[in-house]
Design a binder for this molecule. Structure first.
Ligand code: ZN
Length: 567
């Protein structure tokens, strides 16, 4: 599942009308006032995605691996075509029509179409932006476009259990039956035959070129899987990948199927392993037991022997396509989604460092120039930002998980019920700050982080809350910001800017880490509910900053310059 920090689009925050003042700058003599207005409106929607180069260092790759990479990207481009068809049956014809239209309106429409992979604006609840279109079907083109969700549910009830499971499987589309009567489940490898064959062939060529055994195995097994939709072996091969090139390609996430979250959308992330960050992660991994042993909680709640942690990879993206390149860009993901592979092999978290860095530059830095006093802006640093994200991921594995309540063995997740996700996200953030401070004191982390750590975190809280507090990350961030405000560790100046108070911040971070981990250890739903209800809110002084962010981009529009240079 994708759990990126940029996952939830802040649709309610950035309304198109609020941005309509953007200049169109390109009205031609033939434009009527109507088309000029439409061009301006399309540009106002598109400008929320700041164009940005996405590059990765491939200079260290030998010639054969570069050629393999070129072939992998060739296969990845097919995922764009596959996804376009999965979104809507009219997409390919519409793209061709828009591409042939050289007027300013045609170009503006094509640009925004490509960002959204279809004629519906994903940041605006899928509102159509090309006139005369119906609302986007919740079932996309994964079900017959003239059927309703009720039709499909009624049909599912008539099926035997094995047929029902097949109909609701990841890798079948539902089509009308013979003569338009009833429905049938059609396997992806049949529905998308020509396209998956060409992607598979390119992956086979790449497999023949690489000399890295785990990569060769993934490419070969994935190429076979695209042709029979049995992904188990290639998912296992993906878990065991240990290579300079780390591709993820195939049908994975189910968000495009808004009716049942059952059908996987084709996508790709083609990435290069980041050696320096991978080493940093290993170093942190070796510190985890010591961090656990010093957590600011009652020693009886500490875990004397931490188990193995889920693997984390830090990579740089050089190409993304299909479901991985529409609307808001993914910055990190957990895969696979297949329960059988997860049971047997676990899952892997992949962090796209250069995507995070681009969002940091294009979104977080502009936010900090609104939210922070000018003297503090120099303390907003990518190194602190990214190291804290790594620490956040690691801290999910620390602290209380399996607990006893009244002598009964249970888990924090079970006891905290619907408050669990927000509380657990807040825990990972705040204890991540606490752990970085601990490592600085210990001499395991550079002292320079002392200056940037908290101010960078403060700037990032506005970025998260902007995406809404109805989702666990945003709600968890609101809890922390309000706690720090109440503790006098963050202060608000008369001009509305926020600053870290160095004399109170360490104590407040320790205090909230203790409070959250203790209520988790006690399995106290009441305390968790109270924390979320009182602190998981957007206060007026925070809202005033959010209101001043309308000119700051919501996300990025990637240009894959390294991938282009390999062509
Ligand atoms: Zn998290």
């Amino acid at each position: 599942m994708i759990t990126s920090w940029f996952l939830q689009p802040p649709a309610v925050l950035v309304l198109v009308a609020g941005l309509a003042a953007v200049e169109s700058g390109c009205s031609s003599p033939v434009d009527t006032p109507d088309t000029t207005q439409e061009v301006a409106s399309l540009q106002a929607m598109a400008v929320r995605f700041a164009p940005a180069d996405i590059a990765a260092d491939v200079s260290g790759l030998p010639e054969n691996e570069r050629r393999a990479l070129t072939k992998i990207i060739e296969a990845a481009r097919v995922m764009d075509a596959l996804f376009l068809r999965q979104v809507w049956s009219g997409n390919e014809a519409m793209q061709a029509r828009l591409a042939a239209d050289q007027t300013p309106l045609g170009r503006a429409r094509l640009h925004y179409f490509l960002i959204n992979k279809g004629p519906w604006s994903r940041l605006d609840h899928n509102t159509p932006f090309i006139p005369g279109l119906s609302p986007k079907s919740g079932g996309a083109n994964l079900y017959p476009e003239d059927a309703t969700k009720d039709d499909i549910e009624a049909w599912l009830k008539t099926l035997s259990e094995p047929d029902r499971a097949r109909a609701m499987g990841f890798f079948t589309v539902i089509r009308r039956g013979p003569g338009g009567r009833g429905f049938v489940a059609v396997p992806y490898f049949t529905e998308y035959k020509g396209m998956v064959e060409s992607a598979g062939a390119a992956l086979k060529e790449a497999a023949a070129l690489t000399t890295q055994p785990t990569l060769k195995r993934y490419l070969n097994t994935r190429a076979d899987a695209l042709l029979d939709d049995d992904y188990y072996e290639s998912d296992v091969a993906w878990m065991e990948l240990d290579a300079s090139i780390e591709p993820t390609i195939g049908p994975y996430e189910v968000y495009e199927d808004e009716w049942f979250n059952a059908k996987a959308a084709y996508e790709s992330f083609i990435t290069i392993r980041d050696e320096a960050e991978t080493k940093k992660l290993e170093r942190f991994g070796a510190e985890l037991q010591d961090i656990e042993n010093h957590l600011p909680i009652d020693p009886k709640y500490r875990n004397p022997t931490l188990g193995a942690l889920a693997p984390i990879r830090v990579v740089n993206e050089m190409f993304a396509s299909g479901d991985a390149n529409r609307g808001v860009q993914t910055a990190a993901f957990n895969l696979p989604n297949d329960e059988r592979v997860i049971r047997e092999k676990g899952s892997k978290r992949v962090m796209l460092k250069n995507v995070q860095e681009t969002k940091f530059r294009q979104v977080l830095v502009p936010i900090s120039s609104v939210a922070l006093p000018s003297g503090d802006r120099g303390n907003v640093a990518f190194d602190a930002f990214f190291t804290h994200i790594l620490m956040h991921e690691l801290m999910h594995g620390l602290g209380p998980h399996d607990i006893h309540v009244g002598g009964r063995a249970t888990t924090v997740r079970q006891e905290l019920k619907e408050t669990y996700s927000a509380v657990e996200e807040a825990k990972a953030d705040i204890s991540g700050l606490w752990a970085m401070r601990f490592l600085i004191e210990k001499g395991s982390l550079d002292r320079s982080f002392e200056r940037t750590l908290y101010t960078t975190f403060l700037a990032s809280t506005f970025r998260s809350i902007r995406f809404g507090i109805n989702e666990a990350h945003g709600r968890g961030i609101a809890i922390q910001l309000n706690y720090l405000l109440d503790a006098g560790a963050v202060t608000v100046a008369s001009d509305g800017t926020f600053a870290v108070n160095p004399s109170n911040i360490n104590q407040a971070v320790t205090g909230l880490t203790r409070e959250i981990m203790t209520l988790q250890a006690e399995g106290s739903y009441m305390k968790a509910r109270a924390l979320v209800d009182t602190l998981g809110v957007v206060r007026p002084e925070v809202q005033r900053v959010l209101d001043r962010l309308t000119h700051v981009p919501v996300d990025i529009e990637p240009r894959f310059v390294t991938a282009e240079s390999l062509r």
